[in-house]
Write a protein that binds this ligand. Structure first.
Ligand SMILES: Cc1cc2nc3c(=O)[nH]c(=O)nc-3n(C[C@H](O)[C@H](O)[C@H](O)COP(=O)(O)OP(=O)(O)OC[C@H]3O[C@@H](n4cnc5c(N)ncnc54)[C@H](O)[C@@H]3O)c2cc1C
Length: 430
């Protein structure tokens, strides 16, 4: 079954394939769709934004709320719109300037609610919802004619000229060995599990251990400590950094000098990027929140690890690496996500279209156009955005600003392809 125009109530424009099928309607997919509509001159009917969730951006908003995030770590110029000051103007128009929170030695940062409301405003203003097709993409193959891509979804096949994978950060379910054989109903959760509820966790009668040493552990530890007895358990001393990487990594020129000069697909690129990223750190304003919670004796910060757990009728019996134990406990993991190159769709697409993968399985992209290279070195019609694009976009690839960087290259490559085909047509005539 070919679903050229999915039956979702959206405008139909005949049998033409989509110009772009974007897989993933999170921050990246939605931002890319916005750029293609606003600056690429595309109509909604030319773009299909496939996401299994009912609402665009739901994955980000849910995860952020689940981990007790109040404000973004990035500044007010980082959002899904094309104009840098769009979010600031939105805040002023809605008399919500107070939600642009001042930060020492850094521009203001929006509250989570302001960021999400602004994004919804952009989605409505540009009718991006019309591009949304709620389904799960299971594979991408070459069409029978060879000039298009067939995108397989749970609801049929979509035809596209180009496909962008914007599937997010990777699977959240990275459970340490000591938690893998616990029964399903044991009080062990990952802060980004779809069914993790901070409200339910806050009602737990026994002690709560939040495992992790970065911002995604510190924020829920603070929030939960308003309701229950919490220990933040980190393997290392807490590291304080304001941003995810030095802001000069936002600029293409710096990324080109530091990353693109290293061989494509190399481990050296990943090492450089990992050294530049401040992963597992917390910003100073979250450190202050932790200190306040500690002062009120609601929260303990402890250095150590869990070595074993056992389920009991009243919770978990937990043993720590210093030999101490805790009974009747619940454990909330904030231990990051699995590697995004292991996303099943990434594996499937690489295999079916013979696309090249480099160190740690990352796609090998053409740095200039961000097209995923085939194993024969040619450029395919598949691109990637988000964490998957890190080896070409650099340490901020997964962040909001990374989506803007990808959009710029996608739009530029489209213009380049159009002028290449115009000049070959002229040559053909002469
Ligand atoms: C709690 C939190 C706070 C953050 N704060 C900041 C911040 O302040 N500033 C900043 O710049 N960055 C921040 N980030 C990093 C980054 O901006 C976010 O992770 C952002 O959500 C990444 O966008 P994304 O589109 O890559 O992934 P997501 O927003 O997770 O979207 C991926 C989408 O792909 C869909 N998908 C996956 N597979 C398929 C499939 N096979 N078929 C169809 N759909 C599929 C998913 O349903 C999902 O909706 C934060 C991240 C988190 C988790």
């Amino acid at each position: 079954m070919t679903v050229n125009r999915p039956d979702t109530g959206r405008t139909s424009s005949g049998p033409e394939p989509y110009e772009y099928v974007i897989v993933g309607g999170g921050v990246h997919g939605t931002c890319l769709a916005n750029y293609l509509l606003a600056e690429g001159g595309h109509a909604q009917r030319e773009i299909c934004l496939v996401d299994l969730r009912e609402q665009l951006l739901a994955s980000f908003a849910t995860r952020a709320r689940q981990c007790g995030m109040r404000t973004l770590r990035s500044t007010y110029v980082h959002h899904i719109d094309t104009e840098p000051f769009s979010l600031e103007s939105f805040a002023e128009g809605a008399h919500r300037e107070a939600e642009l929170v001042s930060t020492e030695n850094y521009p203001n940062r929006p509250t989570l609610e302001l960021f999400v409301d602004h994004a919804r405003n952009v989605i409505n203003r540009r009718d991006i919802g019309e591009c949304h097709f709620q389904s799960k993409v299971t594979g991408v193959t070459r069409s029978e004619t060879g000039d298009r891509l067939d995108v397989q979804t749970d609801s049929g096949t979509l035809e596209a000229r180009r496909v962008v994978l914007a599937v997010g950060l990777g699977s959240p379910r990275t459970v340490p060995a000591w938690g893998r054989s616990l029964p399903d109903d044991a009080p062990l959760a990952h802060v980004w599990d779809d069914d993790f509820s901070p409200a339910t966790a806050a009602e737990f009668a026994g002690p709560t251990f939040v495992v992790g040493g970065g911002i995604t552990a510190a924020q829920p530890a603070c929030s939960l400590s308003e309701h229950t007895d919490v220990t933040l358990l980190s393997r290392h001393d807490l590291d304080i950094e304001l941003t995810e990487a030095d802001p000069y990594w936002i600029n293409w020129r710096h990324v080109e000098q530091e990353i693109h000069t290293l061989p494509s697909g190399s481990k050296a690129r990943l090492d450089r990027i990992r050294a530049a990223r401040n992963d597992g750190t917390i910003p100073p304003y979250v450190e202050r929140r932790l200190d306040e919670a500690r002062d009120c004796r609601d929260l303990e910060v402890r250095r150590g690890e869990i070595t074993s757990t056992a389920a009991t009728d009243d919770g978990l019996f937990v043993r720590f690496d210093d030999g101490t134990t805790a009974a009747n406990a619940q454990v909330v993991l904030a231990t990051g996500v699995g590697p995004v190159p292991e996303h099943p769709l990434v594996e499937a697409v690489a295999e079916s279209l013979s696309l090249e993968r480099g160190a740690d399985g990352f796609p090998v992209l053409d740095d200039r156009t961000l097209a995923w290279r085939r194993t024969d070195g040619s450029r395919s019609a598949v691109s990637v955005s988000g964490a998957l694009a890190e080896p070409s976009v650099g340490p901020f690839a997964r962040n909001i600003v990374g989506a803007r960087r990808v959009a710029e290259r996608l739009l530029a490559s489209r213009t380049e392809a159009a002028s290449e085909s115009a000049s070959s047509a002229l040559k053909g005539r002469s």
